[in-house]
Design a protein around this ligand. Structure first.
Ligand code: ZN
Length: 150
């Protein structure tokens, strides 16, 4: 179970902007499906990388933010995730390797979404063929049965 207790108060190293982020006591990373690129379907936690954009315009990682305290609640904003449409610009602009890795990983996962859809269709068709096959095929699973795994 994901449990949040208050907020972490953070300062950006680039300009000193202040933010508040949930203070997690525990995290549940359960999801409907886990993909090899790290994407999770219907995850209980966000899928994104730690890449963020400060209000001053700089790209930063969550680990770059300096914790300045905790509180039960705060009116401070959360530090913004980088919108998908800004990722190509972000990748071109970055010169720091950890930031570029985070941006490229996030962009790669987004570009994989059409393949996830195709793969689901393939798996659904395979399962339907198996489900609709005679029970003798399901028990023996010879390679000649529709939907048999090789
Ligand atoms: Zn800043």
């Amino acid at each position: 179970m994901t449990m949040i207790r208050g907020v972490r108060l953070l300062a950006a190293p680039c300009c000193g902007a202040r933010y508040a982020e949930p203070r997690y006591q525990s995290m549940n990373f359960s999801a409907h499906a886990f993909w090899t690129d790290g994407w999770r379907d219907n995850s209980l936690m966000p899928n994104g990388t730690a890449l963020r954009r400060c209000t001053c315009g700089r790209f930063i990682l969550m680990s770059d933010l300096v914790e300045i305290g905790t509180d039960t609640d705060s009116d401070l904003p959360r530090v913004s995730e980088v919108p998908e449409e800004q990722l190509p610009e972000c990748i071109k602009a970055l010169t720091e390797v950890p930031l570029e890795i985070a941006a490229r990983l996030w962009y790669w996962r987004l570009l994989n979404h059409p393949y996830r859809h195709k793969y689901r269709e393939h798996r659904d068709a395979e399962e339907a063929a198996w489900r609709d096959s005679p029970s003798s095929c399901r028990q023996a699973a010879p390679a000649t049965c529709p939907g048999a795994m090789n």
